[in-house]
Design a protein around this ligand. Sequence first.
Ligand code: F3S
Length: 411
Amino acid sequence: MSSMFLTKYEERVLDGEFGPALQLSMRILTKIGDALGASRLIRISSAHVSGISYKNIGDAGLQFLKHLRNLGARVSVLTTSNPSSFGPEISKIVKLPEDFIAKQMEVLRILEEMGILATYSCTPYYCGNVPNFSEHIAWAESSAVVFANSVLGARTNREGGPSSIAAAIVGKTPLYGLHIWENRLPTVLIKITCDLPDDPLFYSALGYLVGSLVKKGVPLFSGIKGCSSEALRCLAAGIATSGNIDMFHIEGATPEAIMHSNDDRFRLNIEEKISIDHEELKDIIEGNISESPDIVFLGCPHLSAREIISLPRIMPEIFEQKSAEVWICTSKCQKSILPAGFFQRLCSMYKNVKVFTDMCLVVFPVEFLECKSIATNSFKAYYYLRNTSEKEIGIFRPYRHKSYYNNHTRL
Ligand code: F3S
C-alpha cells in the first residue's frame, strides 16, 4: 500500500502482475514518494544512473544490481550511466587487482543487460541525453542534476543509484521537490561584484563557495555577465559539492530566470542576499594551490570536445611544463567527435598529456597510482580526492585568465 495516488496500472505493477523487477522498482519509488510527501508518480523522459563504480558501491552494490538483473529488469526510458572505476586507457598503464577488474566489468555487463547505455560519463548532456525544457527526468550525479535543472530547465531531484534505476525501469518518478514549479523559485540572491574570468576554475570555486555559504535552497546569481556553458557545468559541480543545492538561476542567462524576468512572483521567496567579490574567490583558490604536483587532473566533470580543442591555446603552461603529467578525463562520446588524429597529435606534441575515457580520478582507486600529489582545477575533485585518498591534493594554479571560448557561442 502507498499513501500516494496510484493509477490502476501502477497498483497492478505494485501487486507484481507485471513481474518481480517492475514490482521491486515500484516498491522503491512508492517508499520514496511516501517518505517525501509525493502526491503521485509522473512520467519521465530519461534517467541517468550513478553508483556504477565498483570502488564506490562494493559487493553490496554489485549484489543489488545482480538481483535486479536476475529478476529480469530492463529500463523503459533513455538511460545513461556515470563513470566507471577505470577505462580502457588507464588499464594499460596502471595495474589493478584482477578481482577488482572482474567485479567492475561485471557491474558494467549487468547495466548493459538492463539496457543502460554505456556512456560512462557524468555529462550525459554531452552524450545524447539532452532533455527538453520543463521535461521531467530522474537523474543521479549531483553535478548533472544541477546542470539539467539550471541550464537545461529540465526537472529532476537529486536521485541516488537505486532510485534512478528504479525510475528508469518503471519510467516514472514521485512528484515532489524540484518537479514542482514553486520549489524551483529562488530563495537567496547572490550578487557577484567582480568580473569573473570565463575559466572553469573560477566557476568551480564560485559554486563551492556559494554551496558552503548557502547550504540549501535555490540561489539566484546576479552580476554574471555571460559565460560558457562549460563554466556553468563547473559552477553546477562546485555548488552541489559543498551544499545541498540542486538548482540555481542566473539573471539574464538561465532559461527560467529569463522566462520569469518580469514576473514578481519569481523573487517572492528570496529571504537573503549575499555579495561575493574577487578577493573571496581569489582567497579560496590561492589558499589551496598545489605548487609542484605530479599529476594535473582536468575533467571533473568530463570535458567537452570544444574545451579539449581549446586547451593548448588557453592553458599552454600546463602542456609546456615538464614536471607534471596532464591527465584529461572526458567521455568517449565527446572524444569521438574530435577531428581524426587529434589526440595522437596532442599526445605526440606534448609527451606529458594522457587522455582517459569512461572514468575519473575520483572514482578510480588512486592508491594504485605511484604519484605523491595531484592538482586539479575542480573543487569537486579537490574535495573528494582530499577526503578519500592519502595523496597530497591541491588546486592547479591558473597562470593566465584568457577568455576560454572567444568567438564561440555563449549562453
Ligand atoms: Fe564526474 Fe568524477 Fe567529477 S564523476 S563530476 S569527474 S568526481
